[in-house]
Design a protein around this ligand. Structure first.
Ligand code: AMP
Length: 296
């Protein structure tokens, strides 16, 4: 496995691979890798084949964290991450740093270019974290230009993020195919996440409440008269269920169309549900289609 921190070395390597007709797949991450990340690397390998190149980037991007969020204490373990990437057959591990991603110019002008998506970012995570998606689209656009991939893989765990990246890729004509991979879960249904490390033992036992709420929503729409339930009725029931079973403060529960992310008025199996809640110091998010037959 090759490894570099240098943006220009990464870009030159990728351009050389492309000139040789080699397919490239990028898996952008913030590290502290778990099975969910590794599954994205498997998708990446499948997309480019044995002769293609899989690049994983690890970069805790400061511009996607708001003031008071956990940028400083985001979990990091670069040694373990390197081992996992090597074991997964990653061809190149890209480890940029802040000084090279957001440099000041030689004349001292600070970094000042950002990418903004204006439609899919208004609700849910965008409403709760107003500066988050601009940081995400900016860093992903930069990673696309530096690593020159044919494919890039994102997790359905961050469904809104994946849709925003798809929209940016199509609106800005990046010649890249976005692959969305299913959410990997622990045995009790908790979506894997680097932040789960910060759950205390009692919190960890309560954390599956979000997945349980999604399951309840699926049951409710399946058993509903004529297949629909009013949003407010279902939301109220699920908030009650979550707060009675866990010491959680629900940030939002939304039901929406998977393509447009527009909220639905009546919930049926064609809708998608997303939920965010705070459990102690940890903010958890989860989402799924309300059609249990859907792949994610
Ligand atoms: P992160 O390192 O948390 O920024 O995540 C990097 C990528 O991994 C994103 O595309 C996430 O959606 C994806 N990811 C995170 N957790 C999971 C999971 N449990 N299952 C599948 N993909 C995931």
């Amino acid at each position: 496995m090759k490894l570099t921190q240098s943006l220009s070395r990464m870009q030159q390597t990728a351009l050389k691979w492309r000139s040789e007709g080699i397919k490239i797949a990028l898996v952008p991450t913030m590290g502290f890798l778990h099975e969910g990340h590794l599954s994205l690397m498997r998708h990446a390998r499948r997309s480019v084949g044995r002769k293609g190149k899989v690049i994983t980037s690890i970069y805790v991007n400061p511009t996607q964290f708001g003031p008071g969020e956990d940028y400083g204490r985001y979990p990091r373990d670069i040694r373990a991450d390197k081992t996992r990437c090597r074991e997964m057959g990653v061809d190149m591990l890209f480890l940029p740093d802040n000084a090279s991603m957001y440099p000041s110019s030689s004349s001292g002008l600070p970094y000042s270019c950002f990418v903004k998506e204006k439609r899919l970012t208004s609700g849910m995570e965008g409403a709760s974290r107003p500066t988050h998606f601009e940081g995400v689209t900016t860093v992903v656009a930069k990673l696309f230009l530096i690593t020159q991939p044919h494919y890039s893989v994102f997790g359905a765990k961050d469904f809104q993020q994946a849709r925003v990246i798809e929209k940016m890729t199509s609106d800005l004509n990046f010649p890249i195919q976005i692959i969305i991979a299913p959410t990997l879960r622990e045995a009790d249904g908790l979506a894997m996440s680097s932040r789960n490390k910060y759950l205390s033992k009692p919190e960890r036992l309560q954390a599956p409440a979000l997945w349980n709420a999604i399951q309840s929503a699926r049951d409710s729409v399946k058993n509903a008269n004529n297949g629909f339930i009013p949003v407010n009725q279902l939301r109220k029931k699920l908030i009650k269920q979550i707060t009675q079973s866990a010491d959680m403060e629900v940030d939002y529960i939304e039901f929406f169309d998977s393509e447009t992310l527009v909220p639905v008025k009546k919930v049926s199996t064609t809708a998608r549900m997303a939920v965010a809640a705070r459990l102690g110091a940890v903010r958890l998010i989860d989402n799924a289609s309300l059609d249990p037959a859907s792949p994610y």
